[in-house]
Design a protein around this ligand. Structure first.
Ligand SMILES: [Zn+2]
Length: 212
């Protein structure tokens, strides 16, 4: 049984790397953000709670996140283990996590803020069909137009320099203490998130002593 945590800033490719590792090792990929989105889409009680919080302009509380993770982990469909993404978000949660589960490793995807800025500010969204684009990695054939439906591409409302600076500051403020707790236990492997995805995956496996 393998139990991993993956930590990385927005744009670091955390979801991709977690997915690659999970499908190969038969791990359950627990993405907290996806659980919230699913609950909102399916109008569950939890979804209503999340939606209310967000319509008040607030971030989903740490307690709510913790509840969701506890519930998900108690489902016990993770016979071969799990990789969790989006948790723990603070010192208290990290301590709870360490007390409750034997963690095999924490994967820290390291991406400099300047690169996060470059990647995130290159994101575009189709105003017609909602398809995602990235002007660095996957730009449309015709500039500014969606390949699928031809509508104009727009920038997400919260993908501005200012909003991103706030998110980056919050990320570091919350994540550094969590990393510090895990580092004390010598769980953390830090991997450069700039190379192509296959190379990052190889490096993660090497550092965790997993087969390539
Ligand atoms: Zn479109």
């Amino acid at each position: 049984m393998r139990k991993y945590v993956i930590i990385g800033v927005q744009g670091s490719g955390k979801g991709t790397q977690a997915g690659m590792l999970a499908s190969d090792l038969d791990l359950v990929h627990i993405a907290v953000g996806d659980i919230f989105r699913w609950n909102v889409q399916h109008h569950t009680k939890l979804g209503a709670q999340v939606r209310r919080t967000m319509s008040d302009g607030l971030l989903v509380s740490d307690d709510l996140v913790e509840g969701v993770v506890r519930q998900r982990l108690s489902d016990h469909d993770w016979n071969f283990g799990f990789i969790i993404d989006g948790f723990p978000r603070n010192r208290k949660q990290a301590e709870f996590f360490l007390e409750s589960y034997d963690i095999d490793g924490v994967i820290h995807l390291d991406l400099p803020d300047s690169e996060v800025r470059r990647r995130v500010l290159a994101r575009r969204l189709c105003s017609g069909c909602g398809m995602d684009y990235n002007l660095i990695a996957n730009s449309p054939h015709q500039p500014g137009r969606c390949d699928v439906c031809g509508s104009a591409l727009v920038t997400r409302e919260d993908d501005t320099e200012e909003a991103l600076a706030v998110r980056l500051r919050e990320y570091h403020e919350k994540t550094n203490p969590v990393l510090e707790i895990f580092r004390r236990k010598e769980y953390v492997v830090t991997v450069d998130a700039r190379p192509p995805r296959e190379q990052i995956q190889r490096e993660i496996r090497k550092q965790l002593d997993l087969p390539p």
